[in-house]
Design a protein around this ligand. Structure first.
Ligand code: PEP
Ligand code: MG
Length: 743
């Protein structure tokens, strides 16, 4: 492998000679990387990449070969901002043939984006005749070279093409992504771009640089400790998430890698970049959302370390209504920005299961993740600081430079919404009753301790689902019984006698504690949740003991997740009752329930209804197992609808049987908070619905307009007319609209 230090040093010498032609640079890179081709594409106006220099391809193509951002492999690299490493580039689906280049003989290709301060400047590519996958070291090396090249590309590009303008000029651009936390925002963009590019790559004195890095790392840790001690809004932000993040900050392995890069001759800043690049590459290969988030924390730390080293920094003033646009964002940073007064967040890489999403929801900050890039390239590349943007986090939509009418429309919607919030508050103390007098019990789904405040905000009748594993994930570990008991007792105190249904640990699948990497190919159906609890009862018993201790003579409700057999439920129930017998003051009343998430339970109903005090349907998992559709796969989102004949038949049958057995039935999957699904469930006989806090008041207001007696025959007719298991949403929505209740 070529020593990057030598290539970088030679490049520096070449660039020091004033206005080093790009061709010279391309030649040097090709020679040092043992590539037959090296090409440099520069970004001009109108999102067009132009071949500016090449060795190996036809020189006649220079200035002629042009690709739009998103077009061809080079265009894809520009759009995604990520390297493409292809052993067989010409058979890649994105390959765009350009006969003038004469690139037919070259099979393998490695292309990396050239960016400066988060802005795309061009693309750098090498090609070889023999099919080969470039090594991680080579990818890193080319990325490091691209970093250096970025310093001179703007001047070259300006000379070669039309005068530079903001990418896409004043044209509106739309992106669709994933809603992480609901809400709307309209305001100027604040860019928290890629890490600030290092000014120097090579250190003059390695030992001195090591010391500087050490001092920077200590400063970073002190600042983080201060942030945790001083900046968290009292009682609001989940301190636990931040504490887990601090553990990552203290991870010696990460810092060791940065130190090693400094020892190889890089400056501390360049070393942080190098390691952050590695982290990003590892992240892009990981399917597990929780592990990806852990690495995103590391990426956030890279930004903090650069700041502590004196590079970059946060702007002191945040304009009113500002929307933060970041490639990645760590939890500490989100808390920082929230305290500074931002109105919303767009994160290019975030998942709904991640820390940022959990935090944004609990801070009430609208947030959208653009995991898929929205098909129109990465927004950071096209956005300018201070430009207007619309963030529609309800729909997972982002509009950069919206048309005036569109922006006005959203501003009106925002104003209407705050008026609506005022009106909704009036519903807090009213019961949930339909127009024809059916009483429903609306409860909350929560998982972080501070979310218990939502009981007072929404007037919910209790917590229908407390996901204990979320509290543990935020802590980063499962605490001892005494600590757990204190946590549960605090929750019960805060609930003031309202029921909290504690669900025992539902870890596994997409919810993993650090160090618990799944070895299974199919973790959602693997050794998870209650299965682990029953096979390794120590942890489950510790939790059950904590729950009965916390109740301290008060009533207690506990339910078990992922129950697949009646036998599993009976065993779990016996464990709980055993713990309840062992405490001095057992619960005044112990209600033991099961989640219904595994379809097999549907064929064990007589026994189950005799054994359980209540059943809560987890439609998120039940749907994924019934339709064999991974709930975390973006490509399947929305393909199968709860409002379809199979699900509605199932729910109706269940409601009937539970009613006949006198067993309380509730639904705590996400559909319970969706207006149309909730109304449909009510029509089918479900009386308890448990949902995220934001859904509760709007649903209560909606139910008051619904006459179930009128809706039931309409629903029956819609179901009779259904065929093929398709969605019934449209006809149900049409009825709701006609009755002025479209949710
Ligand atoms: C469900 O599966 O519907 C459910 C409520 O549990 P979770 O979303 O936590 O898996
Ligand atoms: Mg579930």
């Amino acid at each position: 492998m070529v020593a990057p230090r030598r290539l970088i040093a030679r490049l520096r010498e070449t660039m020091a000679v004033s206005a080093a032609p790009l061709a010279e640079i391309a030649r040097l890179i090709a020679a040092e990387m043992a590539s037959e081709v090296c090409s440099i594409y520069t970004l001009g106006g109108g999102e067009v990449l132009e071949l500016a220099a090449t060795v190996g391809l036809n020189e006649a193509a220079i200035g002629r070969t042009r690709l739009n951002v998103g077009e061809g492999i080079v265009g894809q690299v520009a759009a995604s901002g990520a390297a493409l490493n292809l052993p067989d580039a010409q058979n890649h689906p994105a390959f765009a043939y350009r006969p003038e280049t004469g690139e037919e003989p070259y099979t393998s290709m490695l292309a990396v984006p050239v960016r400066r301060a988060g802005k795309l400047r061009g693309v750098l590519a090498v090609q070889n005749r023999t099919p080969r996958l470039y090594t991680d070291e080579e990818v890193e090396e080319l990325e490091t070279v691209a970093m250096l090249l970025a310093e001179i590309l703007p001047a070259q590009a300006a000379a070669a093409t039309a005068p530079e303008e903001g990418l896409g000029g004043a044209v509106a651009r739309r992106f669709s992504g994933t809603a992480l936390a609901p809400g709307l925002a309209v305001g100027p963009l604040l860019l928290r771009g890629a890490l600030a590019a290092p000014e120097r790559l090579l250190a003059e004195d390695s030992a001195a640089e090591q010391e500087r890095l050490q001092r920077g790392a200590e400063r970073m840790r002190r600042r983080l400790d201060r942030l945790l001690a001083e900046r968290l809004p009292e009682g609001r932000a989940p301190r636990e998430v931040l504490e887990a993040y601090q553990l990552v900050a203290a991870d010696a392995g990460w810092l060791e890698r940065v130190k090693a890069a400094v020892r190889s001759g890089l400056t501390a800043e360049a070393a942080v970049h190098r390691v952050a690049g590695e982290v990003r590459r590892r992240m892009s290969r990981l399917a597990d959302p929780y592990l990806r988030e852990r690495l995103a924390d590391l990426d956030d730390l890279a930004g903090r370390l650069l700041e502590a080293l004196g590079a970059g920094g946060l702007p002191p003033v945040v304009p009113a209504g500002a929307i933060l646009l970041a490639r990645r964002l760590g939890p500490a940073e989100l808390i920082d920005w929230h305290a500074r007064g931002i109105a919303g967040v767009i994160v290019e890489e975030a998942t709904p299961h991640g820390h940022v999403a959990i935090l944004a929801r609990s801070l009430g900050l609208p947030a959208v993740g653009l995991i898929e890039g929205g098909g129109a390239g990465a927004p950071l590349d096209g956005a300018g600081e201070g430009e207007l943007a619309v963030l529609d986090a309800d729909e997972g939509r982002v509009i950069l430079r919206p048309e005036q009418d569109v922006a006005e429309g959203y501003r009106r919607a925002l104003a209407a919404r705050s008026a609506e919030q005022e009106t909704l508050r009036a519903w807090r103390d009213r019961p949930a009753v339909t127009a024809d007098g059916t009483r429903l019990r609306l409860m909350l789904n929560i998982g972080l301790p501070h979310e218990i405040e939502q009981l007072a905000v929404t007037g919910a009748e209790g917590v229908g689902l407390f996901r204990t594993e979320i509290a543990m994930l935020a802590l980063g570990h499962v605490p001892e019984a005494a600590e757990q008991a204190a946590l549960y007792a605090r929750l019960m105190d805060a609930a003031g006698g309202r029921e909290i249904v504690f669900r025992t640990l539902d870890l596994g699948g997409d919810k993993l504690l650090p160090g618990a990497a799944p070895a299974e190919g199919n973790p959602a159906m693997g050794w998870r949740s209650l299965r682990v609890g029953l096979d390794r009862p120590a942890v489950l018993r510790r939790q059950l003991q904590a729950l009965v201790r916390a109740a301290d003579g008060r009533p207690l409700s506990v339910m078990f997740p992922m129950v697949a057999t009646l036998e599993e439920f009976r065993t779990a129930r016996a464990l709980l009752e055993g713990e309840a017998r062992r405490v001095v003051r057992p619960p005044a009343r112990l209600l033991v329930g099961t989640m219904l998430e595994v379809p097999a339970l549907l064929w064990q109903l007589p026994g189950l209804l005799a054994a359980a005090d209540f059943v809560s349907v987890g439609t998120n998992d039940l749907m994924q197992f019934l339709f064999a559709a991974d709930r975390t796969a973006p490509a399947l989102a929305g393909r199968y609808d709860f409002l379809s004949a199979p699900m509605l038949d199932l729910m109706e049958d269940l409601a009937e049987k539970a009613g006949a057995a006198g067993v309380l039935l509730s639904v705590c999957g996400d559909v319970a908070g969706e207006p149309l699904a909730a109304v449909t469930l009510a029509a089918l006989g479900v009386r308890t619905l448990s949902m995220p806090a934001l859904s509760l008041l709007p649903l209560k207001a909606l139910l008051a307009q619904i006459d179930l007696g009128e809706f039931r025959p309409v629903l029956a007719a819609i179901r009779r007319a259904a065929s093929g298991g398709a969605s019934l949403r449209e006809p149900i929505a049409a009825w709701a609209r006609e009755h002025g209740a479209d949710g």
